[in-house]
Design a protein around this ligand. Sequence first.
Ligand code: A3P
Length: 257
Amino acid sequence: ALATALEAQLQLREVAGIPLQASTVDNWNQIQNFEAKPDDLLICTYPKSGTTWIQEIVDMIEHNGDVEKCQRAIIQHRHPFIEWARPPQPSARNAKDCMVSYYHFQRMNQMLPDPGTWEEYFETFISGKVGWGSWYDHVKGWWEIKDRYQILFLFYEDIKQDPKHEIQKVMQFMGKNLDETVLDKIVQETSFEKMKENPMVNRSTVPKSILDQSISPFMRKGTVGDWKNHFTVAQNERFNEIYRQKMEGSSIHFTEL
Ligand code: A3P
């Protein structure tokens, strides 16, 4: 009975057609009624698009590159996820790498449904029946309104290619003015290699019963183009066709598609 109850807990439920974790659905009213203060900063990412990365960058900027201050707590507590609405989470990443990262994440995350085989997951992802909903809707939606509100839209691929330049954009958006040496330090401290070893961001403090890093590490690869190691030629063609349909009318452009 306990196992069944636990499994039921893991089943995603829906709000407005978007699959979400049960605890989020239960607290939906509270989440929906959240009112931001004028100086609140919301990080809006699709899962596996570099949430942790941009969280650490923002915290480092806010604390003027002070590493010790950024070690004060684990990242989940420094920037709690709004959809979990409990006291202790737009950046975009291309859909193909996102799917790969999400697949490995669902393999190791015991709080999310089992992803099944890669072939099965491929279908689940393109149909948008994954936690937090469809990648296409998330990315298209934020892209469409980015100029109407105070939104800084970032691409994972750009941060990867020129971290200093992108971090500078975040800094300006936050109304901060840090000098060159501090910026360089932030670039260094938020590199994949550094963050993989940093217990305050790498989820090593989360119990194995929740995140089993022996299946797949939370800081897995941190690269652009890992989809090429997963997609078959046929899957890639099918994906590109569906992508064209779903993203029709949007001016957004990813370097990886
Ligand atoms: P991979 O699974 O492709 O390695 P999120 O924080 O939204 O869950 O995103 C996780 C993804 O971001 C993982 O991708 C992870 O390795 C990557 N990531 C985390 N920190 C990073 C960094 N400093 N540089 C590059 N990628 C990073």
